[in-house]
Design a protein around this ligand. Structure first.
Ligand code: TYM
Length: 337
């Protein structure tokens, strides 16, 4: 079992990242068998596909490292690193570029959403981004990739690339790449914006009120939940009653993901009550969950040298683990080195 996943170091870690992905990373790290391995990385190479500030990226890379450790990623047990220190990611991306098809990339919804009507004006990196993402997981022969719902399509593409490469350049008995399986949490695969239940919670939303961030203090969290968009109806006693109420469904989903209950169990307690009662309960549960994480986060951020050392150690290990697959890829393609 090889668990591999990444997060872009842009902005702060938010509740969608935490419930949709990072909490699963920690669970998988804690349960992985002795002969398995977890690799988690900061997708800093992905971050340059959009306009960015170099100073910001440098700062955000260390902050995201601190955030992941604060959430429970243990650098002694998992390999924690940033892509930029492991050149094999970029190398393998190029090698896979002969296999990935324009049509496949053209269908990626994230590309369509981010490019909008201005495709011609986008960076080449934004278009080829999913090939780098495929390289990220294929380099390590990942078997399981814990991600939120929005990354599933990119993982399917990684499988398609791996499959085509194996067919074209390897044999069935000795494939070069393992086909990775996406793992999404059933209870929190898609956390929505607090301001609009039809949009996912995202770091790129201009409104900070749309998301809860890991570093938010208790007052800010309570305020954001109080101001979260809802409707005037009381909560129903079963989840079926939330069908056309996306904002209410989102808050109930968040509550359940935090308390470990399914939405029906949450509604069996809160059904019939209005948001005046539900929101403070949700806010308190959030504060209780996030306060210890954000305290650890602030402590870790004090020591930049320690964070640099974590990334350097993780990158050295990742470089070693990636060597055999990178070599096999060059060989399979007939490239003489
Ligand atoms: P990123 O940085 O946007 O998000 C990191 C992780 O958080 C999940 N996520 C969510 N889950 C539920 N609800 C939400 N509102 C929400 N928002 C974000 C994402 O699904 C993701 O799991 N391209 C990736 C980073 C990446 C990667 C990889 C992931 C690069 N290479 C290889 C896996 C494997 C990204 O931009 O995620």
């Amino acid at each position: 079992m090889r668990v591999v996943s990444g997060i872009q170091p842009t902005g702060n870690l938010h509740l969608g990242n935490y419930l949709g992905a990072i909490r699963n990373w920690v669970r998988m790290q804690d349960q992985i068998p002795e002969d398995g391995q977890c690799l988690f990385f900061l997708a800093d190479l992905h971050a340059i596909s959009m306009p960015h500030s170099p100073d910001e990226l440098r700062r955000a890379t260390l902050e995201m490292t601190a955030a992941l450790v604060a959430c429970g990623i243990d650098p002694a047990r998992s390999v924690l690193f940033n892509q930029a220190q492991v050149p094999a990611h970029a190398e393998l991306q190029w090698l896979l570029g002969g296999t990935a098809r324009m049509g496949w990339l053209n269908r990626m919804t994230q590309w369509k959403d981010k490019a909008g009507k201005n495709r011609e004006g986008q960076s080449v990196a934004l278009f080829t981004y999913p090939v780098l993402q495929a390289a990220d997981v294929l380099l390590y022969q990942a078997t399981h990739v814990p991600v939120g719902d929005d990354q599933k399509q990119h993982l399917e593409l990684a499988r398609d690339i791996a499959q085509k490469f194996n067919n074209d350049f390897a044999s069935e008995e000795a494939p070069v790449f393992t086909l990775p399986e996406p793992i999404t949490p059933p209870d929190a695969a898609r956390i929505m914006s607090l301001r609009d239940g039809s949009k996912k919670m995202s770091k790129s939303d201009p409104s900070e009120m749309s998301r809860i961030e890991l570093a938010d203090d208790a007052d800010t969290i309570m305020q954001k939940i109080k101001k979260a968009k809802t409707d005037p109806e009381p909560l129903p006693s079963e989840v079926a009653g939330l069908e056309s109420r996306p904002e209410a469904l989102n808050l109930v989903t968040i509550y359940g993901a935090l308390s470990g209950e399914n939405p029906d169990a949450v509604l069996s307690r809160f059904g019939g009550q209005g948001f005046g009662a539900f929101k403070p309960a949700l806010g308190e549960l959030l504060v209780e969950t996030l306060a210890p994480i954000s305290a650890r986060f602030r402590d870790l951020l004090e020591d930049h040298e320690a964070l640099d050392a974590i990334l350097a150690r993780g990158a050295a290990r990742a470089r070693e683990i990636g060597v055999p697959t990178l070599d096999a890829t060059y060989r399979a393609l007939g490239l003489v080195r």
